[in-house]
Design a protein around this ligand. Structure first.
Ligand code: LIP
Length: 265
């Protein structure tokens, strides 16, 4: 079953990616989802519809959690976690850094992750216990052992008035001084996959949702990385404070996050 689900997840991500890429050139409607700067486009919704319809046709008993629609509870043990376009702001502004992110969870345990980056022609994917890949090439995390040699990534909450936004500005400045630099690419799925293949060495962010990280997390872990809360405990998505790394600089990053009180927010 897992290999069959992997093939379907890859096909769904690939087809949605091609559709998104084509539509990005033509133009599309953009809306604001809330009072902040959280955007959704008609392409997010269309991709989501395509993906969900196929899952429902093939697996009517599977549960589905997807960014742009209400959760659907199935009677079976499998759950799909979907972000039809991760990096919507980038997509809306014509940037190539956006991804289709699809994970499959079995009895609460992630077993498959697929992150398709159509503009780069890169499909990152992993199956539990079988390693992580980009296209057909096996990937692993970097060998960097110290922050002073690391390239990091972060992202900022949509709510720019809250304490986490200000804290993240402070953390950005702090880590910038300790590393080769800190990038803000604008898609969590891609940040995780870039950490999985050694382009980044560490990544932190507040306020991420399960669909932002479900697929990227299994890809990173299968590539040898570590994902925890900012206090080092096992990831609890409801805390929404998140640290990912190549494992080798994880404890050094945790020390710096704790020094700045990042784990207390
Ligand atoms: C976005 C992320 C981005 C993060 C935003 C948001 P969306 O997902 O992937 O990196 O900083 O907070 O969650 O809204 O584009 O699917």
């Amino acid at each position: 079953m897992p290999t069959h689900l992997l093939q379907i997840a890859k096909k769904l991500a690939h087809d949605a990616g091609l559709f998104a890429l084509k539509t990005q050139e033509k133009g599309f409607k953009i809306e604001k989802k809330d009072v902040y700067h959280n955007l959704v486009t008609e392409v997010d919704k269309e991709c989501e519809k395509m993906i969900i319809q196929t899952i429902k046709n093939n697996f009517p008993d599977h549960s589905i959690l997807s960014e742009e629609s209400s959760p659907q509870e199935g009677t079976g043990d499998y759950k799909w976690i979907i972000d039809p376009i991760d990096g919507t702001t980038n997509f809306a502004h014509g940037l190539p850094f956006f991804a289709i992110s699809i994970a499959v969870v079995y009895k609460g345990k992630p077993i498959i992750g697929v992150v398709e980056i159509p503009a780069m022609k890169e499909t990152f994917w992993a199956q539990e216990g079988k390693g992580a890949y980009v296209n057909s090439e096996k990937i692993s995390v970097s060998h960097v052992t110290s922050l002073k040699d690391a390239l990091l990534a972060t992202g900022f909450p949509y709510d720019r008035s809250g304490p986490r936004y200000k804290k993240n500005m402070e953390l950005w400045d702090h880590f910038y001084g300790l590393s080769h630099g800190v990038r803000r690419i604008g898609t969590a799925a891609l940040d995780l996959c870039y950490t999985a293949c050694g382009r980044f060495d560490g990544y932190w962010e507040y306020n991420l949702k399960p669909w932002d990280i479900a697929a990227g997390k299994i890809i990173l872990e299968e590539a040898g990385g570590t994902v925890t809360n900012m206090d080092g405990s096992k990831l609890n998505p409801s805390l929404s404070n998140f640290l990912a790394s190549n494992s080798r600089i994880h404890s050094e990053m945790l020390t710096e996050l704790k020094k700045r009180g990042a784990d207390k927010l």
